[in-house]
Design a protein around this ligand. Structure first.
Ligand SMILES: [Zn+2]
Length: 453
């Protein structure tokens, strides 16, 4: 790894800034005057813009929804786009440290946002500082853009685009190195059922996270408790059964994972409902769930299963709840980069409902796809190779949805290095300390390469 002395000197400053940003719980909250996505995101935006100003960089706050700092001159803009919000961190979900206190053990930093995406935001800030200190001639403007609700719809960056337009070349360090030339399309939907014996049902953190915990209440003796216990023992999934006066309450604990990689999670909704079914619980909704989702994560129950040369379709069940006797759950499909939402919808026709329930698509987003040999993808990949010496890992596609879909001429680049699990959107989100410096150096080189185009 080639790290310049200017970058190496910033180690403490990187940690200082990251600590300040991690301390702000910037998960989306209720809108307030001057805080369209809640207090946390607003506070994080103020803090980050303040850090840029302290570096002598001019900043603009766009109605507290997004903001940016800029260096350089010229008509064209190179954008680095990060987000300052985070997904919620529930201390009960297995955090070994306080998620809002940056901690370090054996060179590994832990805290909500260290990898998604506050670490990258800090590394990008300091990349601008290095470019200034190295007196790199800036024939284009270099803009560090902050959004404040990437995890809940990207409205903040849309506002930026409406106010300021796009960028000429851009990257968003909210995916993987050495670059993501394709992002799967998304189809987000819900399913409903009123045909159920379940008395109460709730679970999930967010629609784009594999459900880590789910609770159901059923009448006593409506299934075999011993078969239920055996089922969970057989599947090595944690389950707690409480015997209340008029009902049994069953809580299943699985493991959260990002919706784009449901194979890394253990879905508590799935195991709870399939466990009930296997234990003799007779229920139309449970049958609906089993036939439309069940254990699969490839969308086959919805008729959506497909793949292209870059990957397969995935389907994640995130949240579930019950109100006035109606069960509603969410699903999040990521489909291959060379396909269209129309194709998938057509495939799903006739598979969305039966007598026990129905599913509907509420939101569709087309995939993003840049050829691997386009100047943007090539320049960024080269920057990665120049700094890391890693020729083996190549730009790839992914299932995650990033800002690249919102702002033109942009791909995801960083901040995750190949082959490491950062526990994104999970408990104990982490990032090796040394990677912050490496990221900074790669972003510096990336801007230099983009300046040369
Ligand atoms: Zn992110």
């Amino acid at each position: 790894m080639k790290i310049s002395p200017e970058t190496a000197a910033l180690q403490d400053e990187l940690l200082r800034r990251l600590k300040l940003l991690v301390a702000i719980d910037s998960a989306r909250g209720p809108a307030e005057a001057g805080a369209p996505f809640g207090r946390g995101p607003r506070q994080a935006l103020d803090a980050a813009l303040g850090m840029l100003e302290a570096d002598g960089i001019r900043t603009v706050d766009l109605d507290h929804m997004a903001g940016y700092g800029e260096i350089g001159q010229g008509d064209e803009v190179i954008g680095i786009i990060c987000h300052l919000d985070c997904v919620p961190a529930d201390r009960s979900q297995g955090w070994q440290t306080d998620p809002f206190v940056l901690s370090e053990k054996d060179g590994i930093l832990t805290g909500r946002g260290v990898a998604d995406d506050k670490g990258a935001a800090v590394a990008a800030m300091l990349a601008l500082k290095v470019l200034q200190e190295q007196h790199v001639p800036l024939n284009r403007r270099v803009r560090l853009i902050f959004g404040t609700n990437e995890e809940s719809g990207s409205r903040g960056l849309q506002h930026y685009v409406e106010q300021e337009g796009g960028v000429d070349y851009g990257f968003t360090p909210d995916g993987n190195f050495p670059g993501i030339f394709g992002e799967k399309g998304t189809l987000k939907g819900v399913y409903h059922s009123r045909r159920t014996q379940i008395l109460n049902l709730s679970g999930g953190m967010a629609p784009n996270v594999v459900c880590p915990r789910c609770t159901a209440e059923i009448l006593p003796h409506s299934c075999s408790r011993s078969r239920l216990k055996n089922y969970f023992a057989d599947h090595s999934v944690a389950c707690e059964i409480e015997e209340l006066t008029d009902r049994d309450r069953i809580t299943v604990t699985g493991r959260a994972a990002h919706a784009s990689m449901p194979e890394l999670g253990v879905n508590a909704i799935t195991f709870l409902l399939m466990g009930l079914k296997e234990s003799g619980f007779q229920d139309p909704f449970t049958e609906f769930y089993a036939s439309h989702f069940g254990y699969t994560i490839d969308g086959s129950g919805l008729g959506a299963r497909c793949s292209d040369e870059y990957g397969v379709l995935t389907c994640c069940n995130g949240m579930i709840g019950m109100q006035d006797g109606v069960i509603t759950g969410t699903f999040d499909i990521r489909f291959p980069v060379t396909m269209s939402s129309r194709q998938i919808r057509r495939q799903m026709e006739g598979h969305l409902e039966d007598e026990n329930g129905w599913a509907e698509i509420q939101q569709a987003r087309e995939p993003l796809y840049y050829p691997v040999d386009s100047p943007l993808v090539r320049s960024l990949h080269q920057a990665y190779v120049e700094v890391t010496g890693d020729h083996e890992n190549l730009p790839a596609t992914m299932g995650g949805d990033t800002y690249a879909k919102v702002i033109a001429n942009t791909i995801a680049f960083g901040c995750c290095f190949p082959g490491r699990n950062y526990h994104l959107h999970e408990a104990n989100e982490q990032c090796p300390r040394e990677e912050l410096l490496e990221q900074t150096e790669i972003y510096v080189q990336a801007v230099k390469n983009l300046l040369a185009l």
